[in-house]
Every structure is written in C-alpha cells, then in structure tokens.
Design a protein around this ligand. Structure first.
Ligand code: G6P
Length: 369
C-alpha cells in the first residue's frame, strides 16, 4: 500500500477503505483449517501460552480501546482473567502482578513513549513474558518484546487511527483463539465458527463500506451539534468509546461514550433534542437490554441514531433513525461497528471543514511524555 493519497481527498477515507485488504493481510498465513497457528506470535509462543494464567494489556488512545474489546474476548472465550490499563497510569503505579501473567502491549507505531516505558517497567516485575501487537516491525516495542504479532495494516498517515485499530482487533482475536487452544479452554465449535467468520470478514467489511453514502447523509444531523453521546453494551462499549474518540478528534464535537446500562446514573440528565445519541446494536444477547435503554432516551425527547444488525427489526420513527449493518458473527461485531462509526466521524468532519488528517493539537505518534 502506498503512502500517497491517490484520488482520495483525505488519507483517512483511503485508510478506512483499505480495511478489507488490511484485514486480509493480518489473517494471511496465520490460520490453519480450524485453528490459529501459534507460530504467528513467534517460535516460543506455543510453550508460553500454555503457562499463561492471566493477561495484562497496556496501550494508549485508540490502541487502548482495542485492548478493552480484547478483555471481553479473552475472558469469555478462554476464561483467562484479563486487565487493561492506559500506559500513562500503569507505568507510574505499583501493580500487583499475578503469577503467570503475560504482558501484552498494543501500539500502531511501537514508539509511544508511555507504552514503551510500561513495557520497560514490566521487565522489573515478575511477568511470564511480553507480547507486542504492533504495526511497525522495526519499532522499539517490537524489538524489546519476547513475542510479536505484526498487524500488517500498511502505512497509516491520518492521525485518527482507522485500519490500524481494526487490524489490532483481528490480531487480538487471533491471540484469544491461540491462547484458548493452548490452554484447552476453547470450545472447538466456537473456535471453528469464529475462524470461518474471520475468513469472511474482508467481504463483509466491503459490504459495510458501501454504507458510506447513506452515512454521509446522516452527517448533516451532526454538523451543527455541540455534543454527542455514544452507547453500547458489552464489547460494544469500547466500540462506543472509540466512536466518541473519533468524533472528538476530527470534528471537534464534544462526545462521550457510556455503557448503555449506566444511562440512568447520570447521562440521561443531558438528553434532549440537541444532543444526538448514537447506539451500536448488533444481534447479540444484550440486544433486548439495549433496546429498553434506548426507549429511555426516546421517552426524554432524544434523537437516536441506531446502527443495527440488518436481521433485527428496529422500528424507525420521527426520533429514531436506523442504519442497517450487515449481519455478522457476534464475536466479530466490534470490528464492523467500528467501521460505520469511523465513516460517521469522517463525514461529519468533512462537512464541518476541519483538517481531517491533521487535527489541531494532535500528533500521529506521541513519542515524548
Ligand atoms: C496518538 C494517536 C492515536 C493513537 C495513540 C496511540 O494519540 O493520535 O491515533 O491511538 O497515539 O498510538 P500507538 O502508536 O501507540 O497506537
């Protein structure tokens, strides 16, 4: 992939569009017929994964949100305890390290100062070993970690991370499956259904990118707003956080994300017709819970924008717009719903005329503290 914009107006849209190919590369030569090849993480991975009792994930920014999604996957699919923390906090506090903990860092650049410092700090403690999920093979993080999975997203120029994030998620799902198999804690039917869904992911991502034009029309409803609230439940909560971060970063609209079940503990007080509420609603066990949370928003005059699985009947009305997203295996849903939220932020930012690829005050890589 080139570092030129080609016919694109912005790198960000080019990088959003590159996601099917980027994911394809992340998967290439890492899957056997029905399982993930542990060698993908390095020659020592198989032996090390068998000893893992606990996972500590550390990252910053968008990469931290990838770690938050991974926690849901690792705990639910492999029953391995997992903690996630931003590197700037982790590096400065005393962490009680459980025996058998694998230290996992996630970074697009592999040069983020806090993440690197956290890895170095971890070496003074009794971790089982370190694994980096990273996009840059020559980076310090990769050089200093025991195990590595390169995300192969290709160069990412836009400051707001897009394809680096979705390929991190794919890498973290590969980690979950490899770990679960090494520990015999993974249900084999679940394993093969997720592998099949991963193989099909580039195609579904392509279908999802076709929603760009309809999302562009929605963007009009946001351009004049000053605040927005993103809601999700379970592993869609970090997707909501990432959606809010993207909107803040490139359109300068103040955005917050909440786990939908927390609405009534505060944010409901802010809901009125001036604050759009965006919800991500894949077809999973929490759907009915989410629907009742959304009714609370409607009952208070809130304007809802629901990205929902196309197989789920969601009723549109004057207060509720529904954008149908292709159906997907529930485990992979965070990857797909991230893409629609990327498109939403992008189109809002273009309408507002901001510097999409170089938002004010932000840097692509934060290499100093
Ligand atoms: C900066 C970038 C973000 C990125 C974060 C972490 O804030 O603007 O897009 O998520 O750093 O960077 P890393 O390279 O460690 O993923």
């Amino acid at each position: 992939e080139s570092s030129e914009k080609g016919s694109y107006r912005h790198f960000m849209l080019k990088e959003i569009d590159e996601q099917p190919q980027a994911v394809q590369r992340t998967l290439a030569d890492r899957l056997a017929a029905d399982h993930v090849l542990p060698e993908a993480f390095g020659a020592e991975a198989s032996a090390l994964f068998k000893q893992v009792k606990n996972i500590q994930i550390v990252a910053c920014g968008t990469s931290y949100h990838a770690g938050m999604v991974a926690r849901y996957w690792i705990e639910s699919l492999t029953n391995t305890p997992c903690q996630v923390e931003v590197a700037s906090e982790f590096r400065y506090r005393h962490v009680a390290v459980q025996p058998g903990t694998l230290f996992v860092s996630i970074s697009q650049s592999g040069e983020t100062a806090d993440t690197l410092a956290a890895l170095r700090h971890s070496k003074d403690n009794n971790y089982l070993g370190s694994l980096a999920i990273c996009n840059v093979g020559t980076s310090s993080l990769v050089r200093e970690s025991d195990l590595v999975l390169l995300t192969r997203a290709g160069p990412e120029i836009g400051v707001a991370s897009t394809k680096a994030f979705t390929t991190q998620l794919v890498g973290l799902l590969l980690l979950t499956l490899a770990l679960g198999r090494a520990q015999n804690s993974l249900d084999t039917e679940q394993e093969s259904s997720i592998i099949a869904a991963l193989r099909n992911l580039p195609k579904i991502l392509n279908d999802t990118l076709a929603l760009s034009t309809s999302i562009e029309q929605l963007a009009q409803c946001f351009a004049e707003k000053h605040h927005a609230l993103f809601l999700g439940r379970g592993e869609q909560y970090p997707v909501a956080l990432e959606g809010a971060l993207k909107l803040k970063e490139i359109s300068y609209i103040h955005a917050e994300a909440y786990p939908a079940g927390e609405l009534k503990h505060g944010p409901l007080a802010l809901v009125d017709s001036e604050m759009p509420v965006i919800a991500v609603a894949p077809n999973n066990d929490l759907l009915e819970k989410l629907k009742s949370n959304l009714q609370e928003v409607s009952a208070r005059g809130g304007q809802l924008f629901v990205f929902a699985d196309s197989s789920v009947p969601f009723i549109e009305d004057t207060q509720t717009r529904v954008i149908k997203v292709p159906s997907i295996h529930p485990t992979l849903a965070p990857i797909l719903y991230t893409v629609v939220l990327q498109l939403l932020s992008y189109h809002v930012a273009v309408l507002k005329g901001t510097d999409v690829d170089q938002p004010r005050n932000l840097a692509k890589s934060v290499t100093v503290e």
